[in-house]
Design a protein around this ligand. Sequence first.
Ligand code: KIV
Ligand code: ZN
Length: 524
Amino acid sequence: MTAESTKGAVTASDEVRIFDTTLRDGEQSPGASMTLEEKLQVAEILDDMGVDIIEAGFPIASNGDFEAVCEIARRTKRSVIAGLARAIHADIDRAGEAVRHAERGRIHTFVSTSPIHLEHQMNKTQEQVLDIITDTVTRSRNLIDDVEWSAMDATRTPIDYLCQCVEAAIRAGATTINLPDTVGYATPEEYRAMFETIRNRVPDADKAIFSVHCHDDLGLAVANSLAGVAGGARQIECTINGLGERAGNAALEEIVMAVRTRADILPYTCNVDPKYLTRASKLVSAVSGFPVQYNKAIVGKNAFAHESGIHQDGMLKNAETYEIMRPEDVGVKSTSLVMGKHSGRHAFRDKLKELGYEVGDNAFQDAFRRFKELADRKKHVYDEDIEALIETEIATQGEQIKVIALTVIAGTGGPQKAILTMDIDGRHETREATGDGPVDATFNAIKDIVPHDATLSLYQVHAVTEGTDAQAEVSVRLEADGRMATGKGADTDTLVASARAYVSALNKLLARQNRPGHQELRAV
Ligand code: KIV
Ligand code: ZN
């Protein structure tokens, strides 16, 4: 049968489910891991924006991951909560245990199907993998009605064998069939044809929803996802900001806005409210520590900025000359002046609410204190400043180590010197250190107070707003024993922001030392 003759026509009202895996595939990407509090914040916004399925984590990976999936399952109001499981009974049982707290839970189990994975990773024959599929999907279905099965490395699997695998999974009760482009190798035409062929050939294919899951190694993840939908898939797996393994996953915001903006040729509906996209992007960037590139589609700082004279002229005459989406559609607010140093708690809480943040009492008090300090030092406080401040607050809640005070002596004379005071579990320690430049001196002082072997693999600074009194937002990534952690810090003083970012990354590394097995599981 050819790929062209498709079973089941795509109708104008076809609904595409959005399956967000920021908290699983996204969080698995080196350096992006999140604390429980951060995961809860992300899950809340995903639920609010109308994501159909939230993959909340990999429950067998660690107790922390298990607890996070349980807690997200308990709190989520609308979305289905999925937990990932390898094709291993213990994984499936643990995922079942975690998602049973949800109003609607899902077990997502997967196994590799490509020859290269079977031979080199699994050491199994095709027949053995078919038996594993039947066994593990059946076990999952005995625990829960909503079971997703994924063929890892589907796009490098011979189509005849892939058909047999999908048939086995559907026969055993899988309700969603995901065919991932695990290594980001497919082209849109191939990916679409794969779905068409499978849906045509596999008996009872219409009993399952087909799903796309694309990685962005060749920059084709979104194009491939949409091609898979044209081939009959009705679930798209994606992440906020395209966070994910290696080059990442398909970006949720790009998928949602493509479907919405090109409804003329993409006749699908999806439940996500695009007004949440900007806020979700900022939150995920803050908690993962992965900055969003300026020219990133939809959520980049420049996504709606028009610099050239010709464009600006056209925009002034009619915005549609150069704008295919309106910034307000994705929740971008024009930069606005907010409160000054005389603004009170009430106004500050209202502002946080308007920006979409609801924080607990302790975090609010800390954020308010930092806002007052900022308003003392900075002439104009913009929404972006408040966002940077509150996101740092969220990212640093409950940290074991904190920066209390920093004085740096810098200049041409060298060596530069930092005098740093930190709070370690309530105990204050002050040290002086020199370095090759003020940042180096500051980081050396941190190392003196908290000796560690981590190496610095990323140090990045950007200005939150315009002007010389703008806050600096610093990202720092540390690596130790094969683990990575990224931290962010914001302050009008770049060195204070650098110290906060470093200490935030260090806190995450320390917290992760209690997550046995995380590294091994990251290999999936
Ligand atoms: O990329 C992939 O194949 C995956 C599976 C676990 C679904 O993330
Ligand atoms: Zn993946």
